[in-house]
Design a protein around this ligand. Structure first.
Ligand code: NAD
Length: 356
């Protein structure tokens, strides 16, 4: 049968949609050395505690020294392992992240890093669409882009360093997610990104935050160097990142629970068969087949807080992209080998400065 040109799943080596009703064992994280940026609070702290209890070696990296050190002390006591560490790290600072990865390599019991969670994040304090105070000023003051620094530059630094160190993890049981057989693997190469509901839809007045959480395209790089890349997209969840003003705005809505985010992240971290996927997390609801809320226990209903997001985006790329790329591919086919040869010639002339 001819291959469906709209399906690029094989090309990006994405695993099938995650069945969140399938059981998984959190103990599959045992033996992994995992770095969690922003690990001192909220989701990061939840991951750190759960994974430490299940036998992972966890590096909590954060700007909050007091919270981070107290957390690691608690993790050591509860897990009975001394292989958990707090490392001060400001993700927006390149050298700070370089030092974090080097420290993890030095202190990791097996000398390697198996997984990284790019979790540190903040929300916008001022917005690019805010009016400067008083409309009579001659020019607006320079905007503060701290959210971009932490949520984009910081995440890209983390990704860049993860892509350097994870492939050096030569004890990986199975370095190619495309060839994963059944069953979990303890040692791994995994980058877990923390997106948001803002990766799925726009949030008014959170321009920097929304921009920063749209780095979802990294999911289709999950085949690079045998590193699995997955993402979580939590809805508003009750952690310290939601400030009082946000809580007032959200009043009457339904916030999700950090334990559901920790559960979804643990599945992605533990089950090394999952690559290139995203899970959205919201409040726990009971729904029927038509996505309508129904009473718990209704025949045919399911109760869930974790959803497979983008289930089909690589299986059926959207119509515009498919058509546009299709037209460009047709142009390439029409130009054929002659077109290729002309371009190669031009590129060589361009290189030696004879073609502008
Ligand atoms: N809680 C939510 O509703 C929600 C929803 C969607 C996505 N998220 C995302 O989840 C991630 C974790 O957020 P959370 O809800 O656990 O918030 P949180 O505020 O509890 O935790 C964030 C942690 O990041 C740390 N941090 C901030 N700037 C840092 C920097 N420059 N370097 C290192 N660490 C830094 C903070 O000290 C804190 O410990 C963030 O990326 C956030 O955008 C949160």
């Amino acid at each position: 049968m001819a291959k469906d040109p709209n399906n690029v799943v094989e090309k990006v080596r994405q695993s099938p949609p995650v069945d969140t009703t399938e059981p998984y064992d959190p103990a599959w994280v045992a033996g992994k050395t995992i770095i969690i940026t922003g690990g001192a609070s909220g989701f990061g702290a939840g991951f750190a505690k759960k994974w430490a209890l299940n036998g992972a070696n966890v590096f909590v990296a954060d700007v909050n020294k007091t919270k981070g050190q107290a957390l690691v002390e608690e993790m050591r006591k509860e897990s009975g392992s001394a292989h958990h560490h707090f490392v001060y790290c400001d993700v927006a600072n390149w050298q700070s992240q370089v030092d974090l990865f080097k420290t993890a390599i030095k202190l990791s019991p097996h000398g390697g890093i198996d997984a990284v969670v790019a979790n540190a994040g903040i929300t916008d304090t001022g917005s690019v669409v805010d009016q400067p105070k008083g409309l009579d000023v001659e020019e607006p003051p320079i905007p503060v882009f701290k959210t971009i620094d932490v949520n984009i530059i910081g995440v890209l630094y983390t990704t860049h360093l993860a892509m350097f160190w994870l492939p050096r993890n030569d004890k990986t049981t199975n370095p190619s997610p495309s060839k994963l057989g059944p069953g979990p693997y303890t040692r791994d190469r995994h980058l877990l990104l923390i997106g948001s509901v803002a990766s799925l839809c726009a949030i008014p007045n959170q321009t920097q935050y929304g921009t920063s959480k749209h780095a979802r395209s990294l999911r289709c790089s999950s085949f690079m160097h045998g590193v699995r890349v997955n993402m979580l997209c939590p809805y508003f969840i009750d952690t310290p990142i939601i400030r009082a003003e946000g809580r007032l705005l959200l009043a009457g809505g339904a916030m999700g629970k950090p334990e559901d985010v920790v559960d979804a992240g643990t599945r992605l971290m533990a089950d090394s068969r999952i690559a290139g996927r995203a899970l959205a997390v919201g409040p726990k609801v009971t729904i029927n087949d038509e996505y309508q809320l129904v009473a718990k226990g209704t025949a045919g209903s399911k109760t869930l807080a974790v959803w497979e997001a983008y289930a089909d985006d690589f299986e059926e790329v959207d119509a515009f992209t498919r058509r546009f790329v299709g037209v460009l591919n047709s142009v390439e086919r029409a130009r054929g080998w002659i077109g290729w040869g002309v371009d190669i010639g031009k590129a060589i002339l361009y290189r030696v400065g004879l073609f502008k």
